[in-house]
Structures are given as structure tokens and as C-alpha cells.
Write a protein of this length. Sequence first.
Length: 315
Amino acid sequence: MNLLELFARTLDVTLPVFAMVFLGLGLKRLKWIDRAFVSTASALVFRATLPTLIFLSLIKADLSVALDVSMMVFFAAATLVQFLLSWAWAHYRVAHKDRGIYVQGAFRGNCGVVGLALAAGMYGNYGLSAGSLLLGVVIVMYNVLSVVVLATYQPGQSTDWRSLLKHVVTNPLIISVFVALPFTALSIPLPSWLITSGDYFASLTLPLALICIGATLSVSSMRDSSQVAFGASWMKMVTLPVLSTAAAWVMGFSGEQLGLLFLFFASPTAAASFVMVKAIGGNVALAANIIAITTLMASITVTLGVFALRLLGWI
């Protein structure tokens, strides 16, 4: 296979995902969808369609293949190291008032939508199943670590562990993982009509979520982005994915494992980071700009990353 064919195969994986993002941006500019639609659709995805997708992908999964403990442990450890590296860099290079937002933007990825969409496009059912298990691990870490760093640098804020625990326990995505595990482990069957109906409902998730991401992008706000926003975006989309993926390869991961880890490491900043910053009265413009810049960068960095890994023969 020559380089052109290899790059074309890479585009087959990444272009459908980011085409939906840019479609959302276009639909918003045409005023075919508005802020109310995005708000309602995003809530539907988070509370219903994405949990359904995760649940179904897990009950259909072969746990002997999808449940990779070593990969889950490495991903959790790498996420913690990414968090600490981002914090260490911010401590020396970012103004005190922006450090918490910088750190969250630099380490918290949109694994639940972009990561899963890329994993499904690249590895099919395995990508969805194994990715859903990784997602269950990282959701807890993202929430805990984000609260800690934001509270550290936001005056008058403290870490409310009771509220945080409630937020984690009631998270629909985490619930869907734990509800699905007994069905998968015990091979409990569900009626075929229920599976089919669930598949119809779950199929709304990725296109709807990606369109909503695109509709929330603001090109005009990115023109006013500060050096901090670009710095956090570079850290999230280039520095940390390269270091983490290289570390995974050194640790012996390859093929589907390494590819899946890279896609999750290289996912753009999660939209939930904006919600958390807004809740504590932080710099929401900075948080929004980091999300927008990383989302647009992802269309290039993820494509080049997959191409490079395939060229090296690592995946």
C-alpha cells in the first residue's frame, strides 16, 4: 500500500466524524438550528441516547476481548500524568487566575462523543465496546480532577466532595456502564425487538452530538483567543497525545489497543469543561475558546496522528 492509499484510508476514518462537526457549524450559520435546539439535543444525547449506545455496545461485546484491564489501568494512569504535567506547566507559565481553566482544558478530552465516534469508525463494535469501558474509567477521573484544580485557583470556591460524589454516581454514562456489565458477564439475553428499538434510538447519538458540537463553535470568538487558549489547545492536541501514545508503545501496546488509546488521548477538550467553569463563575470565554480551537485542530491532528501510526506500523 503506497502513501496515498494509506492517507486515503486514514481520511475514511476521520473525515466522516469531522464532517458532521462542520455540518453543525454550517447549519447554525444558516439558522436552520438555533441555541435552543442545541441545548435540547445535547441534553437528549447526554441523558438518553449516549447511555443507550454505551449499554448496547457493552451487552453485545465479548468481554474476553473488550475488557482489557491492562489498557484500562494504563489509560487511567496516563490521564493522571497528563493532569499533573498540565498543572506543572501551568504553575510556571500561566497566570494564577487562569491556571485551573488551562489545566482542565489541556487534559479533559471529549472521549464520550468524539473519541467513541472515531473508535467506532476505526474499529467497529470492538471500538465501541472497549471505548465504552475506557469511558467509564475516565469519566470519574475527569470530574474529580477538574473540581480539584478549578477549586484551587478560583477564589471563594472549595471542593465539595459530597456534591462531586453525587454528580459521579448519578452520571448517566457511568450508570449505563454498570447496568450493562451484569448483562454482559452473565450473558442475559434481551428481546430482539428491544435490541432493534434501542439500536434505532442509539443511532441518533453520534451524528446529533457532533452536529451540536459544531453548532456551538464560534469562529469570531476564536479570533480574540488569548495565548493561554492556544497554549492549552496545543498541549491538549499535540504535546500530551504524542507523549502518551509514545509511552503506550514503549509499554508494549500496539494494534487496536494503541489505536484506541491514541484516539482517546487525541480527542478535543470536552464541552463539559465549559459547564464546570461556568458553574464556579470562572473565565467562560477562555474555556469556550479552548473547546473551539481543539475541536477544529482535531480534524488535522487526529488525521495526521492516525496516518503516522499506520505508517510506522504501530496500529
